[in-house]
Design a protein around this ligand. Structure first.
Ligand SMILES: NC(=O)c1ccc[n+]([C@@H]2O[C@H](COP(=O)([O-])OP(=O)(O)OC[C@H]3O[C@@H](n4cnc5c(N)ncnc54)[C@H](OP(=O)(O)O)[C@@H]3O)[C@@H](O)[C@H]2O)c1
Length: 228
């Protein structure tokens, strides 16, 4: 595929590296080339099959809009824009493109969320729970999108109306650590995912772009990762 990766940062650079390893043709645009979505005109994207975005909450909506208008499929890893989900869903339907997003493209994290769903059974018994997440100091949003997904999944699975409290830590260069601690008067259960590198995100995002090829519609990675 001809892929355009937006963002030359910590994750975008790994995505581009993995896409090249998987024999795709890869272009990259950072903030200098893509101010106000300048790199995303229909002409510039003529030969591009899909755009993969790992940029920042401030520019993501402009990037999504430009790709939709240009008729291009898009994979979005950037977080911090989910209050605009409905608006984006309508935009994708209006322009009839393909769109796939995830708060976390790691297959391991998606497996971990299934484990967290099962662990939420404890909340039907004599357990209370807390969610902890740790990321590097440069992460712009808190709590992480993954921690919020865990919170939602555990609320749904427990059948209890209330959300578990999330505590966020920003320290050093932690790639991403998510943990649920379930506590009863007699014991503690720890369920934890600790990313060793950004390669898990990169592999998931590139495989997501391959999966999206030739498709239209609005997809959440949590519903498709089992098909990769
Ligand atoms: N879904 C997932 O699996 C997953 C995993 C990891 C991270 N993320 C999310 O992905 C995003 C990026 O994370 P990161 O850790 O890679 O951050 P990062 O290292 O700060 O990189 C962000 C990059 O975006 C670039 N950028 C800013 N505005 C741009 C624009 N208009 N067009 C193109 N590039 C632009 C910046 O370029 P300059 O340096 O040139 O300004 C920067 O290099 C965050 O929202 C993060 O939460 C998601």
């Amino acid at each position: 595929m001809n892929l355009l990766v937006l963002g030359r940062g910590k994750t975008g650079s790994v995505v581009a590296e993995i896409a090249r390893e998987r024999r795709h043709h890869v272009g990259v645009a950072g903030s200098a080339e893509n101010a106000d979505a300048a790199a995303l005109t229909a002409k510039n994207l003529e030969d591009v099959d899909a755009v993969i975005d790992f940029t920042a909450p401030l520019c993501i909506l402009a990037n999504i809009e430009a790709c939709a208008i240009a008729g291009k499929n898009m994979v979005v890893g950037t977080t911090g824009w989910y209050s605009d989900l409905d608006r984006v869903r309508k935009l994708i339907a209006q322009h009839e493109t393909g769109f796939l997003y995830a708060a976390n493209f790691s297959l391991g994290v998606n497996l971990f969320l299934e484990v967290a769903r099962a662990a939420a059974t404890a909340l039907r018994h004599d357990y209370s729970g807390q969610i902890f997440e740790r990321h590097h100091v440069h992460k712009e949003d808190a709590p992480s999108g993954t921690a919020m997904a865990m919170q939602r999944i555990m609320r749904e699975a427990s059948g209890r109306g209330e959300d578990l409290e999330i505590t966020s830590f920003r320290e050093g260069d932690v790639v991403g650590l998510h943990e649920v601690v379930l506590e009863s008067p007699t014991d503690r259960i720890y369920v934890c995912h600790d990313a060793k590198s950004r390669r898990g995100f990169g592999e998931g995002a590139v495989r997501a772009a391959e999966w999206l090829s030739g498709k239209k519609g609005f997809y959440d990675f949590k519903d498709v990762w089992r098909e990769l």
